[in-house]
Design a protein around this ligand. Structure first.
Ligand SMILES: NC(=O)c1ccc[n+]([C@@H]2O[C@H](COP(=O)([O-])OP(=O)(O)OC[C@H]3O[C@@H](n4cnc5c(N)ncnc54)[C@H](O)[C@@H]3O)[C@@H](O)[C@H]2O)c1
Ligand SMILES: [Zn+2]
Length: 429
């Protein structure tokens, strides 16, 4: 046996011993993790880690100390992600399965204050929020980060543009963010879409976490990986598919959201229930959504999860989520800011339902305090629909619901859709 062969055999033997020690170490880590969870302690304890590394260095010769410190840090990183994994697999967690882009979504009251148990915040963290979101939410996250940088933008859709995108990238560059650092969105869909897009582009993509704080973002926009900004007033024109690493939904954050925003976001849940989950639609019909908000969020997320898993890049099935949006977008543009997106989606769903479902939907929308009529001129709604980027040539594919819990797609020309709208609104354009 030559020298090389002997050395290789020796390494194999050492690797076997290390494998046994690794299993033992992970079992001890699991015990620590359970203790920490029971006592509400943080996964990451940087001071303790530094002290352990320092004391362990005395066991190795001087020339190997640098490398050994690196090795210990790697071992600790593996242990931390194992602890987070154990934490995440707990109650209230939904896993979105997309191969190596899979991630967990946690729906849990009060989870904001233990975000670091689920996310790796032991690095530089760009926390993006807006001035309409209570500042304490971003601060609560910042307190759990090793090196937080909070950026507070002006609230509203107008912030979702290339200037804000640039500002976020510059902030990361100025503070020497590397590919190992991360971005967290704390806010509604505007902040999530913008911060996610910045994360997707910085250094060709860094980790992104989403902490949605509106009903719309908790139910819908925070999962699925669609990130974007608007360009010259055209919505979501520049963007990417960039899946978050983890989504933390704390329904307690909705306590500060105003009623109109809550209902608007819920319109997306009503939309999903009509297409996929008759039981959820009945929950809306029986009222009491506020008391059951966690259930509504969870069931909506289950629907979105299933759609995204089957069609991550929106080449087919995912288009069903446009139910109510073809006409809704037209109304939204024609209303020019008087109505919210959700209110317009509600109005856009009505003509696409059977008479029986329409009656039931109208009651649900009324209970949510949402309008049943638009003041905009039908001619303006139609011309806005023709300009919608989702419209293909002379026609559109609309989603229809005849019975709650099921849908059908129908390819139509604009002419036939418009004449249907004429009779629906009972007037000529
Ligand atoms: N990526 C996707 O798949 C997807 C899906 C649907 C919608 N969207 C996008 O989402 C955006 C709309 O999201 P939105 O409805 O959440 O709007 P938003 O982000 O503008 O939030 C609405 C308002 O609520 C405030 N706010 C947020 N959280 C709050 C809280 N907890 N308490 C008090 N105020 C709070 C904000 O400051 C803002 O003024 C649009 O830009 C839309 O294009 C994206
Ligand atoms: Zn929508």
């Amino acid at each position: 046996m030559d020298k090389l062969e002997q050395a290789r055999l020796k390494i194999n033997g050492i690797d076997r011993q290390m494998a046994e020690l690794f299993v033992e170490r992970m079992s001890a880590v699991r015990e620590v993790s359970e203790y920490k969870r029971e006592h509400g302690l943080k996964v990451v304890d940087p001071e303790r880690e530094a002290a352990i590394i320092k004391s362990n260095l005395s066991y190795v010769p001087e020339e190997l100390r640098g490398l050994y410190a690196e090795f210990l840090r790697d071992v600790m990183d593996v242990a931390k992600s194992y602890q987070r994994g154990a934490e995440v697999k707990g109650e209230g967690c939904i896993t979105l399965s997309l191969g190596d882009r899979s991630y967990d979504i946690l729906v849990k009251r009060g989870s904001l204050s233990c975000a670091c148990s689920f996310m790796d915040l032991d690095r530089k963290v760009l926390i993006v929020t807006d001035d309409g979101v209570p500042a304490e939410y971003a601060k609560t996250i910042a307190l759990q980060c090793a090196e937080p940088y909070i950026v507070t933008l002006e609230q509203g859709e107008k912030t979702k543009n290339l200037d804000s995108f640039r500002l976020l990238l510059c902030k990361m560059l100025e503070n020497r963010f590397t590919r190992k650092d991360c971005v967290i969105a704390v806010g509604g869909g505007v902040i999530g879409d913008l911060a996610g897009f910045a994360a997707s582009a910085y250094m060709r993509g860094i980790d992104f976490y989403n902490v949605p704080t509106t009903t719309l973002s908790q139910i819908d926009s925070s999962i699925g990986g669609k990130v974007a900004v608007d360009l010259d007033g055209y919505k979501n024109t520049v963007g990417a598919f960039w899946q978050p690493r983890f989504v933390l939904v704390d329904p307690d954050t909705l306590k500060t959201l105003d009623r109109r925003q809550i209902s608007s976001g819920l319109a997306e849940a009503v939309k999903m229930s009509l297409c996929f989950d008759a039981g959820l639609f009945e929950m809306f019909e029986s009222g009491g959504v506020d008391e059951n908000i966690e259930e509504v969020i969870r069931r909506s997320l289950m629907i979105k999860k299933s759609v995204v898993e089957q069609d991550e890049k929106e080449s087919g099935l995912r288009r069903v989520l446009n139910f109510g949006h073809t006409v809704g977008h037209g109304i939204e543009t024609a209303e020019a800011g008087r109505l919210t997106h959700g209110e317009c989606v509600g109005l856009g769903m009505l003509p696409m339902c059977s008479a029986e479902v329409r009656k039931r939907l109208a009651k649900v929308l009324t209970d949510l305090g949402m309008p049943l009529k638009t003041e905009a001129a039908l001619s303006e709604i139609k011309s806005a629909m023709l300009h919608d980027k989702k419209s293909e040539n002379s026609g559109v594919t609309v989603v229809r619901v005849d019975v709650p819990g099921s849908y059908r797609l129908e390819a139509m020309t604009f002419d036939s859709l418009f004449s249907e709208l004429d009779s629906f609104y009972g007037r000529e354009a």
